[in-house]
Design a protein around this ligand. Structure first.
Ligand SMILES: Cc1cc2nc3c(=O)[nH]c(=O)nc-3n(C[C@H](O)[C@H](O)[C@H](O)COP(=O)(O)OP(=O)(O)OC[C@H]3O[C@@H](n4cnc5c(N)ncnc54)[C@H](O)[C@@H]3O)c2cc1C
Length: 481
């Protein structure tokens, strides 16, 4: 136990990607402005990176299996992930998704049905494949087509994803496409999920073009006529999602050594009190740390109690943000023991199919370098609000159920070479309808010098978490001018 007291300008609590990106930006920007800032980055667990975690498994063939515990890639349309990776010199490790093999299947009456070619997220943009798909009934297709005639919502108030999709495209589009794809990304319930916090672009499209289909076609046309988005050096085309050859944890491996502040593992923050103009943090090692400013890059159920004394109104708001627990199990196989063609990125499973799992990613098709030559890697997702009971199951039960599902859905009954289970308890914040107003009210109730950042607030994906961390750093630097 350390009884020591120390002092910094800024204490950053939480060593996930948001806290680390905040620390790095603070350090680099402050140095470039010639006003260095002393900071501490405090992480409760014994490793950096939070949900970015990769396991490398050797011993099969000439290359390792790369098994992701958390995220497998990040979106490139939001620039902050790519920018940070480039800044860290990771460009040569960029691993795009295999877009020429991109095909998504939707479980339909127990079997995978291909999402019709030309369906962009939720909106059909090509007539023939959409007309021919068995996934949506003739009436459902007609109803989706009514999107062209239904007037746009006039006001800017939030609504649920279910409300929005039903309003524009009908119930079947919600059930078969939007719910598994769009709510699936957030592990959310479409009936609670905030449209403005999760897919504001669709509302923008509706407002601007009066119809999602017209909006989607317009953005396709704009993309075709715009200069091609480029990769690293202006030559490689950029994929919509990017990973890193050694796995997502490479981002953390590259980021951590660049941090020059006081970075401490196994150091949880237990309480925060006022200390004159600044704050005093009580640490799990028995020490204390004084700081002028604090960034909390931890889940809201950690941040709330820490703020209960010094910012009770903000703490009460934080208490309203729900979390769900999720898990994944990855299976490795010899490729020739699977009859399945693995001709796509995987299967998403609508809630209405009532299965104990939520999705299956065909990892070794989605990316190269995830399995050695002659092997395959699959990843099954479970938990969340669709199959919460799975989180109570033992590892043996999860393995057994997931294998039964692979048999039922993909006819796989080969014995896997190995499997890896990762459980994420209370790890996924839920952006329920009204989320952005809730976050704004929490932020408005924070005393000077206190900042909240990371996945619970304004974007759950890695680029958004990086961006929010950087914004917190900017606010601190701006307030010190
Ligand atoms: C299974 C899964 C798959 C995902 N897939 C993708 C994907 O493909 N693409 C994508 O962009 N995003 C994906 N995400 C989401 C993304 O990974 C997360 O939103 C993001 O990593 C969260 O980062 P964060 O820094 O906000 O939080 P975290 O990573 O949760 O970090 C918070 C840190 O705070 C620490 N901490 C907690 N309490 C304390 C305390 N009292 N004192 C000190 N430290 C504390 C924790 O130990 C943790 O390290 C996925 C998430 C999961 C779980």
């Amino acid at each position: 136990m350390s009884e020591q007291n120390s002092r910094v300008d800024v204490a950053i609590v939480g060593g996930g990607i948001a806290g680390m990106a905040c620390a790095f930006h603070l350090q680099e920007k402050a140095a470039s402005e010639g006003k260095p800032v002393a900071y501490a980055l405090l992480e409760r667990s014994d490793r950096w990176g939070g949900k970015l975690r990769t396991e490398r498994i050797d011993g099969y063939g000439d290359a390792p299996f790369i098994v992701e515990a958390g995220p497998d890639s990040f979106i490139t349309q939001k620039p902050w992930g790519l920018q940070l990776a480039r800044q860290l010199g990771l460009e040569s490790e960029f691993l795009p998704t295999n877009d020429h093999k991109r095909k998504t299947f939707v479980l339909h009456k127990g079997r995978p049905a291909a999402m019709p070619d030309g369906v962009l997220l939720i909106v059909p943009t090509k007539f023939t494949p959409f007309a021919l798909t068995p996934l949506i009934s003739p009436w459902g297709k007609l109803r989706m087509g009514m999107d062209l005639f239904i007037p746009a919502k006039k006001d800017d108030s939030d609504e649920t994803l279910a409300g929005f999709i039903e309003r524009r495209l009908g119930r079947e589009a919600l059930d078969k496409i939007a719910e598994p794809l769009l709510s699936g990304i957030y592990n959310a319930e479409a009936e609670k999920q905030s449209m403005m916090a999760t897919f504001p672009r669709f509302r923008e499209m509706e407002k601007q073009h009066g119809s999602l289909m017209r909006g989607m076609l317009a953005s396709m046309r704009a993309r075709l006529t715009a200069p091609k988005p480029n990769g690293a050096n202006g030559s490689k085309p950029m994929s919509m999602f990017m990973s890193l050859a050694g796995g997502m944890e490479r981002l953390i491996d590259a980021l951590h050594p660049r941090l020059t502040g006081d970075c401490r593992l196994n150091t949880g923050v237990q309480s925060i009190a006022r200390n004159g103009e600044g704050y005093r943090l009580e640490l799990s090692d028995g020490g204390t740390l004084d700081a002028d400013a604090i960034v909390l890059a931890v889940p809201t159920y950690v941040a709330g109690p820490l703020l209960a004394e010094i910012a009770p109104e903000a703490a009460a708001g934080l208490d309203e943000i729900r979390y769900v627990s999720t898990g994944t199990i990855s299976f490795a196989y010899k490729r020739d023991e699977l009859d399945h063609p693995l001709d796509g990125f995987g299967v998403v499973i609508p809630r209405s199919e009532n299965r104990p799992i939520n999705a299956i990613t065909w990892t070794s098709t989605k990316f190269d370098q995830r399995a050695p030559d002659g092997y395959a890697l699959l990843r099954v997702f479970f938990g969340g609000s669709r199959s919460p009971e799975m989180m109570q199951r033992s590892d043996e039960e999860i393995e057994q159920i997931a294998r039964q599902e692979l048999k039922a859905i993909m006819d796989i009954d080969a014995t896997p070479l190995f499997h890896r289970i990762f459980r994420w308890q209370n790890a996924t914040p839920q952006y329920d309808v009204g989320h952005l107003e809730r976050v704004a009210a929490i932020e408005a109730a924070l005393p000077a010098g206190l900042h909240l950042t990371g996945s619970p607030y304004r974007g759950i994906g890695i680029p958004d978490c990086i961006h929010q961390g950087q914004q917190a750093a900017e606010k601190i630097l701006d307030s010190s001018d």
